[in-house]
Write a protein that binds this ligand. Structure first.
Ligand code: PLP
Length: 386
């Protein structure tokens, strides 16, 4: 018997399906890995140098809790210049990755049994973030026939007296869908009518292929009701630095900062200085990487749509594709493990991103065109010779 007793609420916690896929994929030699949710690029060397310089200049101490003022100022001016989102440094909280702020927000706003509407398929962490903080997830499916976008009317139907917040993500992981202004305005009207709060995860805003990215907080009346999640992981290929941020009303950020004291106590000083440098200098590089992602996504899209049994919508942004594999007769888990065995190609089953992801898989275009070509050849051959 172990001396450690696991808390009741976590006692039947199992590794997620995604983890199972990664474990199985790790056993495959010469793998084509389309499962990875991060850019394949290394962080630009001059960003790394900026961190090293900061270290030598003495930025090796505890950072201010909300983040360095110069970085928060730069974040404000980035969102203002690019999207007209006006904010002041007090409305910015630098966090340990983009992932930390929704967790802290749910911790700050949820009483047991409170509900959060999560539009799905989605980044899976949201589900646990709500549940670990005593909340209940109410899902709203985003269907292929609607371009994988949430519809305001579906969101409104899911509202109950316990609803506290709505979680949006555009461009979306895993579908690449971008919610257009008209639908966002309809959602904003619902939010206003029911006096709700929105967590708008916009971490992929810089990887946009067409249309416009509309920060939810820029819609009339929404700034006071929105926490915008931003970051550097995807835009600046800085996943390993663990830095992101939230832009939100200062009252809620104040509480989140207090809660973070016992958890992370500020964000790595060198990562903050690197992020500051990145925001000031990397616009061109960010766009270059966006164009590379676009090329890869376009290529893979064409290849996928030529494979019998598979059809795929064109994503508006991100580096993901979310093909419909239901024509193969397999469900998303069966398809994933079959593909891994027969073609040595790793993808993520759509069901891992929520119930409405069944019938789809996520493909990440985080590899060179040459490697992508090899992966698509393998996939095509396996499916044709079934
Ligand atoms: C939609 C979405 N939000 C947030 C994150 C977390 O990003 P970070 O690395 O900044 O914590 C991810 C990472 O995959 C993501 O896909």
């Amino acid at each position: 018997m172990s001396a450690v007793k696991i808390a009741e609420r976590f006692s039947d916690l199992q590794p997620s399906l995604m983890v199972k896929v990664f474990r199985a994929a790790a056993q495959v030699e010469d793998l084509s890995n389309l499962g990875i949710g991060e850019p394949d690029f290394n962080t630009e060397p001059d960003i790394v140098d900026a961190a090293a310089r900061a270290g030598k200049e003495g930025f090796t101490h505890y950072p201010p809790l909300p983040g360095f003022l110069d970085l928060r100022q730069e974040i404000c001016s980035y969102w203002d210049k690019k999207y007209g989102l006006k904010s002041v440094p007090d409305e910015v909280f630098v966090t340990t990755g983009g992932i930390q702020s929704p967790f802290l927000l749910f911790q700050a706003i949820l009483d047991p049994g409170d509900e959060v509407i999560v539009t799905e398929p989605c980044f899976v962490a949201y589900f646990q973030q709500v549940e670990y903080n005593g909340g209940r997830v109410v899902t709203v499916p985003c269907l292929e026939e609607n371009g994988f976008n949430p519809r305001a009317e579906d969101i409104e139907k899911a509202i109950t007296p316990r609803t506290r917040a709505i979680m949006l993500n555009s461009p979306c992981n895993p579908t690449g869908a971008v919610i257009d202004r008209v639908e966002l305005e309809k959602i904003a009207a619902v939010v206003e009518k029911h006096d709700l709060f929105v967590v708008s995860d916009e971490i992929y805003e810089s990887i946009l292929f067409e249309g416009e990215h509309v920060p939810f907080a820029t819609l009339p009346g929404m700034k006071e009701r929105t926490m915008t999640v931003g970051g550097f992981s995807k835009s600046h290929a800085m996943t390993g630095w663990r830095i992101g941020y939230a832009i939100a009303p200062r009252e809620i950020l104040g509480l989140m900062q207090v809660l973070s004291i016992v958890q992370s106590f500020g964000v790595n000083s060198l990562a903050q200085k690197a992020a500051l440098y990145a925001l000031k200098t990397q616009e061109k590089k960010v766009m270059e990487r966006r164009d590379i992602f676009r090329q890869r996504v376009d290529y893979a899209l064409e290849r996928l749509n030529a494979i019998p049994g598979i059809s795929c919508l064109k994503p508006g942004g991100s580096f993901y594709l979310f093909p419909n594999i239901s024509g193969t007769g397999m469900n998303s888990e069966e398809f994933t493990f079959w593909l891994l065995e027969k073609a040595k190609v790793a993808v993520i089953p759509g069901i891992s991103f929520g119930k409405s992801g069944e019938g789809y898989v996520r493909i990440s275009c985080a590899m060179s065109l040459k490697d992508l070509e090899k992966a698509m050849d393998r996939m095509e051959n396996a499916l044709k010779n079934r």
